[in-house]
Design a protein around this ligand. Structure first.
Ligand code: MEV
Length: 436
């Protein structure tokens, strides 16, 4: 937890100044940031121990979402993402949510499913009865496969038998439900599957097929809600109440149309994935689980929906999130460990709630922009800053040059170079940006 996640004007400071402000707000030491973010947090020798055929490393921007308050706790939440405006949008929307008391979140226990596929089963009912009769023994075998997890308070919790297809498919799958505590759990769950498979096949009088976790971790869901007062949603052109109508209308669009739901969910995952990546977690697993969950009714649907409650906008997001605060990449990636330190996150459940809050904020920001000015205006303003930097603008020049090229509707490096001459006093301000 941070002293505060509100750092007004943060974007205007230099990188060094921002680091100092984050240290002050979170209690992280400046040297921790210096050390963890050198070389993008990972040197080539360490990377060589992660994966194969390494040539080097590949960095992405590491930013922080501000104004985030979850269950009454302020959190500065690291985000790793290449897309301009995602971090700013999450921070702005979190500020609006804060005006209504912040995000309220809860999570399931960190339960994952280990799947053991058995095929060539001639008597599925008999197989099921024999497996369920041995439930206690199978759960004990599962625990023996992950003694470290059991010592940390986790382990096998339940077992279920499912029939797949028809009798003619002769296939069953056994799920062992495992509490992973603060681990993401993939390796643990795979060890459980391999630890019990032979005995399950023996009981089923069938053959062992796949032994692997399921990424549809629907027993490990996180839910986050927010209540945003109309007045903070207003834009220059629209009052807050009209913005609520626009956002509810956007939500209904996604609820009624899978084509829109996919884009709506992409906007949520802009925030979720950036936190997942910053904290060294497996974003492909998170994506697979989120989209499978979005399709759980048979129709692909939005993960977050928005409604009006009087003069408040109410949003609710639910998705499965298998995230770890121990093990995996965190053992070796200093940047990922730093991200957890900055956000003050120790448990996988707190991490899931923070990631989901940033996801809901990202969705709110996108829908508000789409329902009012359209998405391009904000994007262009941020793009203009990058173009100004590319043209050589530094310090205060960046904002001024960006403003000029946006006003001139000519967001190109050439226009930015001409604007820079004006800003730095080397050209007459009367000179048109269009041409010189
Ligand atoms: C762009 O990265 C995300 C959006 O398309 C999301 C949305 O349409 O809701 C803006």
């Amino acid at each position: 937890m941070s002293k505060t996640s509100q750092l007004p004007g943060f974007y205007k400071f230099s990188v060094a100044e921002r680091r100092a402000l984050v240290c002050e707000a979170t209690g992280v030491e400046p040297i921790e940031i210096e050390r963890a973010l050198v070389d993008g947090g990972l040197d080539a020798e360490t990377a060589d121990k992660f994966v194969e055929n390494v040539l080097g490393t590949y960095s992405l921007p590491f930013g922080v979402a501000l104004n985030v308050r979850v269950n009454g706790k302020d959190r500065v939440v690291p985000m790793v993402v290449e897309e301009p405006s995602v971090v700013a949008a999450a921070s702005n929307a979190s500020k609006m949510v804060r005006a209504g008391g912040g995000f309220v979140a809860d999570t399931d226990e960190p339960l994952m499913v280990s799947q053991v596929q058995i095929f060539d089963v001639t008597d599925r009912e008999g197989a099921k009865a024999r497996i369920l009769a041995e439930r206690a023994d199978l759960l004990a075998r599962a625990d023996r496969a992950v003694p470290g997890l059991v010592a940390r308070g986790g382990g096998a919790r339940d077992l279920e038998v499912r029939f797949l297809g028809t009798e003619a498919d002769r296939m069953i799958v056994v799920h062992i439900v495992v509490d992973c505590r603060d681990a993401m759990g993939a390796n643990l769950i795979n060890s459980v599957a391999e630890g019990v498979a032979d005995r399950v096949a023996e009981l089923a009088q069938g053959k062992v097929g796949l032994r692997i976790l399921s990424n549809l971790c629907d027993r490990r869901c996180v839910r986050v809600t927010c209540r945003v007062p109309a007045k903070v949603l207003a834009t220059e052109a629209m009052d807050g109440s009209a913005v609520i109508d626009g956002i509810v209308n956007a939500s209904r669009f996604a609820e009624l149309d899978p084509y829109r739901a996919a884009t709506h969910n992409k906007g949520i995952m802009n925030g979720v994935d950036a936190v997942v990546l910053a904290t060294g977690n497996d974003w492909r697993a998170v994506e697979a689980g989120a989209h499978a969950y979005a399709a759980k009714t048979g129709t692909y649907s939005p993960l977050a929906v928005w409604r009006r409650d009087g003069e408040f906008l109410v949003g609710r997001l639910e998705l499965p999130l298998a995230l770890g605060t121990v093990g995996g990449t965190l053992r070796v990636h200093p940047g990922a460990r730093l991200a957890l330190r900055i956000a003050g996150l120790e448990s996988s459940q707190d991490l899931a709630m923070a990631a989901a809050a940033v996801g809901l904020a990202s969705n709110l920001a996108a829908l508000r922009a789409l329902a009012t000015d359209g998405i391009q205006r904000g994007h262009m303003a941020l793009h203009a800053r990058a173009v100004a930097v590319a043209a050589g603008a530094v310090g205060n020049e960046v904002e001024r040059v960006a403003h000029m090229i946006v006003e001139a509707r000519d967001i190109t490096v050439e226009a930015a170079k001409r604007a820079l001459l004006v800003v730095s006093g080397q050209a007459d301000s009367a000179v048109s940006l269009d041409d010189t």
